[in-house]
Design a protein around this ligand. Structure first.
Ligand code: ADP
Ligand code: ZN
Length: 739
């Protein structure tokens, strides 16, 4: 088709043998015969019979002549009207599969997993003059239609013809009925996208911003792989800076991709983009409607979408001409996909940029240690923006030592934090209380017998939720939920339950008691249903129709609220417990980001951090604002332990419904664990969440020197062990979640 930007490279004519990769969790490809009247090239999307089904797959190369005779192969059924998968996308699929030890087909599914996009667009009826038209009575509107069509206008769908000829649709319908117009089927095209305007004027940038923006734009113009960290304090204008590079990609007619960790919540980002480029970008995330998915996928594949903003899955779209990738909030663990193909979109973005020989920009106020070390060793360049735009000061951070100043039992706001809230409301300003825990209370127990409510499917306590007057117990891992019972299931005691610990709902209750006149909202993933609700909340905060936000990490990132001057971190220690390698790093990143919400405009902000560990390096770094010293200390510790980014880490997760089978498989793997130079294999051990969704889980951890090929190690290891089919073994390369 003429709009497809790339033409297939090599040709396979009728009777040729080609091999096709199918979007199924299978490592191999399958050979097919090219049908009559068909010319195919590598990357072409085709429909093939597979068992009893018909599947869309991709021509991956020429077939293997040693198998079944070509004449006996099944024939390719059809080549849908879809542009071929670009060669870079094919290489990217291979790369991800090899790195993550996933089946190539499973990775391909992430690329072409929008079956509707492969259907030819539904034809529409187009209207044109019938040369054999009878004489009819003319009206002024009818004449307008005649003149419009006689003036060389192409056949058009009814509503479009009516609009362009400035008549009512019924006039067109009447002309058809009278036999003056004829109709025929025409392929439909989605309405043209309004393209972002690279030449639109952005804000005038500071000297620092200009230097960074010019460099990123120059790299985009020059092409070639280059990884750059854009490191700047919250509010320093990083977005405006990387928009310079986006503008450059647009100017060259290439596509630009911006990855955001939580696209569903990015209303402010969208508004900024539209303000800068005078048109909206194409958006890609899991909450698109099927029609939006189909149109966006096709627009990307056809090169009609020039700027794409999306969640991690947007990285796998079939870009024919990608010229730039930006990963905003690159430190975010939301870039790690933990289900199916386990990959980190931040790392794979760098790979994609290198395959496509284009620049990638990693953006953060709290870069990951991986990225910091890559800058140190010279693999990445970096730009630093140390000042807030407009000279606003960074907020002052004070620690509240909860060992001395804790509130009475059952309350969570220290006297200092209460006072600060009170002062803030009195001054007519906004405050935010941050607690990274949904619901009312993380644990409920029976006062009589001590029974604790536990999820039947997971090794986890049930979390009490009390919103909308309903008392429910929910599992935050599998979604299990039940109404809080009247009687204790263990001792039969009547309704004598204690809620232990706070969640945002309980905190909101305490705040409402203390400040009855304050307008308050809870912001958590279960109170904000989707992008529209998030945008509405953001607007209520921006227009100061809310005085106090009680929120989880959902409000910690990226937002800019000019009237917000106080941030209270209720339990700063929450993320530090548990055996997570990155616990300190993550806690620091999260709290630093939360703190960055305060005082972003003219009003100075302050941040109060409640902690039982005021001497912990994370708390000290927050208070002193010495991020780099914290990073340096964290680096030293990791280096000494041989942990990432100085060593390599991979996990092997063994899971299944039957605990005995799982244990047997884990034991067999343990016995077969290879003795590999430079690698240490730990386990099997029950995963910290030993059961999730009814699946029992055991895990191994491989810790290896940087030089070790852990993929090889794991492949060889697994090849030597026979595992029950009831047990699943999955590799997680560079694990983030340690649950
Ligand atoms: P960051 O991403 O570093 O936190 P942002 O890009 O969100 O910072 O910028 C913070 C605020 O400052 C935004 O409202 C942005 O529009 C504004 N801003 C940044 N740089 C400029 C500039 N050069 N001129 C005008 N406004 C700017
Ligand atoms: Zn559960």
């Amino acid at each position: 088709m003429d709009e497809s930007p790339a033409k297939p490279s090599s040709g396979y004519g009728p009777g040729c043998r080609v091999t096709v990769l199918l979007p199924l969790p299978l490592p191999g490809t399958y050979d097919y015969r090219v049908g009559d009247n068909m010319a195919l090239g590598e990357g072409d999307i085709v429909r093939v019979p597979f068992g009893k089904r018909v599947l869309a797959g991709v021509v991956w190369g020429s077939g293997d002549d040693r198998g079944i005779a070509t004449s006996k192969l099944k024939t390719i059924l059809q080549k849908p009207d879809t542009p071929p998968l670009p060669e870079e996308s094919m290489r990217f699929v291979e790369w991800i599969a090899a790195y993550t030890l996933s089946e190539r087909g499973a990775v391909l599914k992430m690329v072409i997993g929008v079956p509707a996009a492969l259907e030819p667009p539904k034809p529409v009826l187009a209207y044109a003059l019938d040369p054999a038209a009878p004489e009819i009575r003319m009206t002024r509107e009818r004449i307008r239609v005649f003149e419009f069509l006689n003036g060389g206008a192409p056949p058009l769908p009814l509503t479009e013809l009516a609009r362009q000829a400035s008549v009512r649709p019924s006039v067109v319908a009447g002309l058809k009925k009278a036999g003056v117009l004829q109709t025929f089927e025409m392929p439909s095209l989605p309405p043209p996208r309004r393209q972002p305007d690279w030449a639109a004027r952005g804000p005038s940038l500071s000297a620092q911003q200009t230097a960074a923006g010019d460099d990123l734009a120059a790299k985009t113009r020059a092409g070639g792989f280059a990884a750059t960290l854009l490191d700047g304090v919250p509010g320093s204008g990083k977005t405006e800076v990387y928009f310079q590079a986006v503008a450059q990609a647009l100017k060259q007619g290439r596509q630009a991709l911006v990855l955001l960790p939580e696209i569903a919540l990015s209303a402010q980002w969208m508004a900024r983009f539209v303000a800068r480029f005078e048109a909206a970008p194409a958006v890609w995330h899991s909450e698109l409607s099927p029609a939006q998915r189909r149109d966006t996928w096709r627009d990307v594949a056809l090169g009609r979408a020039r700027v794409i903003v999306g969640a991690r899955s947007a990285l796998l779209l079939p870009y024919p001409d990608l010229g730039l990738i930006v990963v905003d909030e690159e430190h975010e663990s939301a870039f790690k996909q933990e289900e199916g193909v386990i990959y980190n979109a931040r790392d794979m973005a760098v790979v994609r940029a290198s395959l496509g020989r284009i620049p990638v920009v990693l953006v953060s106020a709290t870069p990951s240690l991986e990225t910091v070390v890559n800058v140190r060793t010279g693999r990445y360049r970096s730009w630093c923006l140390p000042d807030r735009h407009g000279g606003a000061d960074l907020p002052e951070v004070s620690l509240i030592d909860m060992r001395r100043d804790a509130p009475p039992g059952g309350r969570w706001l220290s006297p200092q934090l209460r006072q600060a809230l009170s002062d803030t409301f009195a001054a007519g300003e906004q405050a935010m209380l941050f607690l990274n825990r949904r619901g009312y209370a993380p644990l409920t127990l029976c006062r009589t017998c001590g029974h604790r409510f536990q999820c039947p499917n997971c090794t986890a306590w049930l979390v009490e939720h009390r919103r909308a007057g309903k008392n429910r117990l929910q599992c935050h891992h599998c979604g299990y939920g039940a109404t809080t019972p009247q009687k204790c299931p263990s001792c039969g005691g009547e309704g004598n339950f204690a809620a232990c610990g706070p969640g945002v709902e309980r905190l909101a209750e305490e705040a409402a008691e203390a400040f009855p006149d304050v307008r308050m909202e809870i912001a958590a993933s279960d109170t904000i249903a989707g992008p529209a609700a998030a945008a509405a909340l953001v607007e209520r905060i921006e227009t100061h129709r809310v005085d106090l936000i009680v929120g989880t990490q959902i409000v910690a990132k990226g937002y800019h609220f000019p009237m917000l001057t106080l941030v209270g971190v209720v339990d700063a220690d929450l993320g530090l417990t548990g055996g997570d390698l990155r616990a300190a790093e993550r806690t620091f990143q999260l709290l630093y980001q939360v703190a960055g919400r305060a005082g972003r405009a003219r009003h100075p902000g302050r941040v109060l951090v409640q902690t039982y560990m005021p001497d912990h390096p994370v708390m000290q770094a927050l208070q002193s604002g010495r991020r780099d010293r914290f990073i340096a200390a964290e680096c030293e510790a990791r280096k000494e332990a041989g942990m990432p980014p100085f060593g390599r880490l991979a996990a092997l997760i063994v899971s299944g419904r039957d605990a005995r089978e799982v244990d047997a498989a884990a034991a067999a793997l343990g016995r077969a664990a290879p003795d590999f130079k430079g690698a240490l294999i730990l386990g099997p051990a029950p995963a910290p969440l030993a059961m999730v969704r009814g699946q029992h889980r055991r895990r191994f951890l491989v810790r290896a020197d940087k030089s070790v090929n852990v993929q090889r190690l794991i492949t060889d290891w697994l090849a030597g062990v026979v595992i029950s089919r009831k047990v699943r073994v999955r590799a997680d390369i560079d694990p983030y979640g340690f649950l």
